[in-house]
Design a protein around this ligand. Structure first.
Ligand code: ACO
Length: 338
């Protein structure tokens, strides 16, 4: 990082999940599965599910309000809102615009960013550039999903994996040398076919056929995504650490995307970071896509697992296929210490 560059850090964090819990036992009554299979293959025990009247912008707004409060920042100080989501309320307007109205963040520009489960990381890195350039001072980054709305609840291959939730951070200037000190973003569009929601866009507009053929639901080749994820998580983290002039030995806390405990364990093994430095809460939330990293980060902060000057590595993967990692030096200057 250049000496005179603005350092960007997390000034506040907030999360929100709906009230309704769906356990593996509940799923046993819906599809041919078992609590034992789900726990053994994924580590997931339960997930939160939004009710019929709740959309992604509702969860996003609540997480954002908590993040603003945690940061001690008012909505009218926000210059930009970026919402990472694969489950927008509708194709347009963007969820970020709906949130901007809910928060009455009158001066904020607003847009959504689509990078699947990697969306939160992509959005953080994007937001940081606006602050580093001097264009904006405070940016709200939100990862929010209601994946339950796009799951085929008769498909055991996918419906057991995901959950709903939202997480938000306020990004702004921090002490020199603190905050985001290394980043890496990547994509491999050739793998896009392994994880998609085929219909409802311009390729296959909504029709009676598209609905009958279940094309408005998540389609996933689990084995291919698993292979990709186990490879890319370690590589992405190492690339971001290199950008920061660090190595995996420097990691104090690893916050991986929460898709499957076996993928998280594999990242821990590849990076040689013991599991006591790795945050895993997939058992409670399932895979909440772009909300998973802020949900895990807040849990780590509340549990006191992040200390002053710790090196914290966030790393994710997702639809696209995409991957990203962000290395942060966590300094007391941020408001996020519990
Ligand atoms: N309950 C019981 N059996 C099941 C279930 C279930 N819920 N789901 C699948 N099975 C069956 C399969 O049908 C298969 O049966 P068969 O051998 O008779 O065909 C058997 O279990 C084994 O299936 P595998 O696919 O080999 O199981 P695997 O150990 O690979 O685990 C899983 C599957 C959990 C989906 C794994 O591949 C995985 O986690 N992949 C990555 C998924 C992921 O991370 N997706 C999201 C990434 S990006 C984002 O976060 C949006």
């Amino acid at each position: 990082m250049a000496m005179n560059e603005i350092s960007v850090g997390i000034l506040g964090i907030g999360t929100y999940v709906p009230d309704k819990v769906l356990t593996n036992k509940d799923l046993e009554k819906m599809v041919d599965t078992s609590d034992e299979w789900i726990v053994e293959r994924t580590g997931i025990k339960q997930r939160y599910i939004a009710d019929a009247d709740t959309a992604t912008s509702d969860l996003a707004t609540k997480a954002a309000q908590r993040a603003l409060e945690n940061a001690g920042v008012t909505a009218d100080e926000i210059d930009l809102i970026i919402v990472a989501t694969a489950t927008p309320d509708m194709l347009f307007p963007a969820v970020a615009c709906l949130v901007q109205d809910n928060l009455k963040a009158a001066k904020a520009a607003a847009f959504d960013l689509a990078a699947g489960c990697t969306g939160f990381m992509y959005s953080m890195v994007t937001a940081a550039q606006f602050i580093k350039s001097g264009l904006y001072r405070k940016v709200l980054v939100i990862g929010a999903e209601t994946l339950s709305k796009i799951l085929n609840w008769q498909d055991r291959n996918t419906c057991v994996l995901f959950g709903d939730g939202a997480g938000a951070v306020v990004l702004g200037e921090t002490k020199p040398g603190c905050g985001i000190i290394g980043v890496h973003l990547g994509a491999d569009g050739a793998g896009g076919k392994f994880l998609s929601l085929p219909a409802g866009g311009s390729r296959i507009p909504a029709s009676v056929e598209s609905v009958t053929e279940n094309l408005h639901f998540v389609h996933m080749n689990g084995t291919e995504v698993f292979k990709f994820a186990t490879k890319v998580m370690g590589e992405a983290a190492v690339a971001a650490l290199e950008d920061a002039g660090l190595t995996a030995n420097d990691i104090d806390c690893l916050i991986p995307h929460q898709a499957n405990i076996r993928i998280i364990q594999s990242a821990s093994k590849r990076l040689k970071v013991p599991m006591d430095k790795v945050i895993a809460n997939v058992d409670k939330y399932g895979n909440t896509s772009s909300a998973s990293i802020p949900l895990a980060l807040e849990e780590a902060l509340q549990a006191g697992k992040i200390k002053n000057n710790d090196i914290v590595v966030l790393v994710g993967f997702g639809a696209g296929l995409t991957w990203a990692s962000c290395v942060m030096k966590w300094c007391k200057e941020e408001n996020t210490f519990a």
